[in-house]
Design a binder for this molecule. Structure first.
Ligand code: NAD
Length: 255
């Protein structure tokens, strides 16, 4: 655990903490901070993850929240502050995906992807920023994607939302550095989670999955824990002079 500037301890909030990468990030951060809020639109999954963390001796609080909805998110953060304390580590991880050729992307689908993947981080940062500014310390980690760096077949909406996340990261780093708040992004490639397995199962990839992996310098599926380790570094005290950066956790798929 780290002492931080807050008199009450250091607490993290992970959006989409009920599955995949978010779940691994919750487990990893529970080792480093005083408590982790596991926020998810599927609250049963958040409860399961928080219970697992508690069973392992950590401190976790499950909370329902829809990152695309300001009132839902604000209500969740009120509960987190009451249950744990001020939030000074935020991991913007929640996201949704769908697969359509660009010409077939329905407007409603485009808007849903943008609301969750890009508006979500905007709302979440605004919600916790007062806590970070009051502490004079904060860590924001945004989960972008390899799709933002090199594009992704049938994912124009998703890759555009993740490009927005990368750009948001850089500008927030500029604005918040003087407050002791760092803002960085992690860009995973294929990581073994329900999201990636849905894409493989639905045959939504341009070539067979195994063929894609063969093209990577490290030719295998990434693990959620490998993304969580990068998040933990950005969230750590040791990363205090690292901000505005994009770290690919991608087996060397892009540099
Ligand atoms: N898995 C991959 O291969 C991969 C690759 C690149 C980037 N990513 C990114 O990593 C992050 C995690 O992805 P994952 O693979 O673990 O996905 P996942 O689908 O397994 O988990 C996403 C979680 O977010 C939650 N969620 C969805 N909408 C939400 C909302 N409106 N409010 C709150 N929670 C919501 C879901 O309930 C789920 O628990 C995402 O940002 C994703 O875009 C994943």
């Amino acid at each position: 655990m780290q002492s931080g500037n807050s008199a009450t301890g250091r607490f993290a909030l992970v959006t989409g903490g009920g599955s995949g990468i978010g779940e691994a990030v919750c487990h990893r951060l529970a080792r480093d901070v005083d408590g982790v809020a596991v926020l998810d639109i599927h609250v049963d999954e958040a409860r399961r993850v928080a219970e697992d963390i508690r069973q392992a001796g950590g401190n976790a609080f499950p909370v329902h929240g829809d990152v695309a909805d300001r009132s839902s998110l604000d209500a969740a953060i009120v509960q987190v502050r009451a249950e744990l304390g001020p939030v000074t580590v935020l991991v913007n991880n929640a996201a949704v995906e769908s697969f359509h050729l660009f010409a077939d992307i329905a407007e409603a689908d485009w808007e849903r992807i943008m609301q969750v993947n890009l508006k979500g981080p905007y709302l979440a940062v605004q919600a916790v920023l007062p806590d970070m500014i009051a502490a004079g310390w904060g860590r924001i980690v945004n989960i972008s994607s390899l799709a933002a760096q090199i594009g992704a077949f049938k994912m124009a909406h998703y890759s555009a939302s993740k490009g927005g996340v990368t750009s948001l990261t850089r500008t927030l780093a500029i604005e918040l550095g003087a407050h002791g708040i760092t803002v960085n992004a992690v860009a995973p490639s294929f990581i073994d989670t329900p999201m990636a397995r849905r894409a493989i199962a639905a045959n939504d990839l341009p070539i067979p999955f195994e063929e894609i992996l063969k093209g990577y310098p490290i030719p295998r599926f990434g693990r959620p824990e490998e993304v969580a380790a990068a998040c933990a570094f950005f969230a750590s005290e040791e990363a205090s002079y690292v901000t505005g950066q994009l770290l690919g956790v991608n087996g060397g798929a892009a540099f």
